[in-house]
Every structure is written in C-alpha cells, then in structure tokens.
Design a protein around this ligand. Structure first.
Ligand code: BTN
Length: 252
C-alpha cells in the first residue's frame, strides 16, 4: 500500500479528520497522525485519552471493494496488526481481546475504532481504521488506572512513538494485503492464536444488556461465542468484553 502520512501537532480526532479528508477525495493509503487529540473517540461514544507526545494516535483510510456488512473484518485486521506491532516494539507477547483490544501483561494499551461511510447505496465504500496506542507512561484517568498501561511501562525500557508507528504501518500493510488475498478466515485464524479471551469467564456489555459466560471461540463472522451457565452457546455480535465476572455486572 502506498501510505501518504499527514501529521498534525494537535487534532480533535484523527478519525474525524480522516473521514472529512475522505469526503474531499483523499485516496486509499492516506494516514492521519496527531501528536495529541483533543476529542479522541473511543468505542460507544467514549473518549480516548490522548495526551500530547505520549501515545500514537493514527487513522488509516481505505477504499475497499466490499459490502458494508464486511467492515467488521477490519477490526480484526487492525487488532491483529497492532498486537504484532506492540510485540515487535516491546519484545513481549501482546495478546488480543475480543473484539479489538490489544493487551500486554493483561493490560489494555491499544484500542481500535473502525468507522465507515458510503455516500450512496452502491457507491464506493470508505473505511477509516483508528488506532490508539499508549506508548509512554502517563497519568491515566482514575477509571482506567487498573486496566490500562503503556508499552514502555510493560517493556521496562525506552520505546519511541516513531518506532511504534513504523511497526504498525508495516504490520497493517501485510495484514490488509492478506485480507484481500486470503479473506477473513485467514485473519481470524491468526487472530485466534493471540486471543486472550478464549476459555475465560467474561462479562460482555452489549447494546442490549450484560451477558456473562465462558468464551468458547470467535465465529467466522467475528461474533464472540459464549457458553452460558445453562450450557447453551450464544453468539454475541457487538459489545465489550471484560475478563472475569462481576457480581452486579458492573465494569470489572
Ligand atoms: C476504544 O474505545 O478502545 C477505541 C479507541 C480508538 C482510539 C483511536 S486514537 C486514533 C483514532 N482517532 C480517534 O478519535 N479514535 C481512534
């Protein structure tokens, strides 16, 4: 892929800016990087903590030839590539957590937000893959302190945002190419090898409520297969998984 990287000292959200650039005709391979984000977007309308010079805040614009229904595949492409990049830089085995988180030593240090737009039915699809990586230690907001970390803190050695970006763009390039040439089953096969969710008791917050169960696998459509207390297996299409169970279903 031919990357053209646009760098900004400060940006509201690299995803928001990339979507705007896409509407103005920016080509596939456009990359937006912010040294800080003042309104970094997380999943489900949450904010992504994006202090200046401490993390990598990057969005890649793609124009894939696929139906809108397949856009979920990029969450797996991106989390797989990001986990590989984090392992490259930290020299530690990073893992993935359904659907799209990257963990090091069990702590989240990378989140993915994939957004898509299509101007009219049948018109060309545009996908932006937003990736936030905590590279250097920072004072996380209290609600994240227990579960978040950074590459440098976990690796216990100096790590730069630049090397993280280089590793990430290289890994994204090869996994995007693999999706094109071999399809999502090949991506999911590699993703499962890094999966920290399988076999674990998890609490999943879905748009329809909280479900608890044991993670069995990830299905070929990216759903989390959960075994419930009564032995039945349900497929959860969208949500956030927290490892472990909570007595009241609140955030673990
Ligand atoms: C999550 O909730 O885990 C997803 C977080 C995604 C954050 C990244 S940072 C770069 C890109 N720009 C944004 O506004 N969000 C994504």
């Amino acid at each position: 892929m031919n990357y053209v990287v646009h760098r900004f000292e400060s940006v509201a959200s690299t995803n928001e800016l990339a979507l705007r650039m896409a509407r103005e005709g920016a080509p596939e391979g456009t990359v937006v990087v912010g040294r800080e984000q003042t309104a970094g977007r997380g999943r489900y309308g949450r904010e992504w903590f994006s202090p200046s010079g401490l993390g990598l805040y990057l969005t890649l614009l793609l124009r894939p030839d696929m139906p809108l229904d397949n856009v979920w595949q990029f969450g797996f492409v991106a989390s797989l590539a990001a986990a590989e990049a984090v392992s490259d830089v930290s020299r530690l085995p990073a893992r993935v957590k359904w659907p799209n988180d990257v963990l090091l030593n069990g702590k989240k240090l990378c989140g993915i937000l994939v957004e898509a737009q299509q101007s009219a039915v049948g018109s060309q699809l545009c996908v932006v893959i937003g990736i936030g990586v905590n590279v250097l230690p920072s004072d996380f907001p209290p609600e994240f302190v227990e579960r978040a970390s950074s590459i440098a803190f976990e690796a216990k050695r100096p790590v730069s945002i630049e090397e993280t970006e280089n590793a990430l763009l290289a890994r994204l390039d090869s996994r995007c190419e693999e999706l094109r040439s071999r399809g999502s089953d090949a991506i999911l096969e590699s993703w499962r090898r890094l999966d920290s969710t399988r076999g674990q008791d998890v609490t999943v917050r879905t748009p329809d409520g909280i479900i608890e169960g044991t993670a069995v696998d990830v299905d070929s459509d990216g759903s989390l297969m959960l075994k419930l207390a009564d032995g039945s297996v349900v497929c959860v299409r969208a949500g956030d998984a927290v490892l472990g169970r909570t007595p009241d279903g609140s955030e673990a």
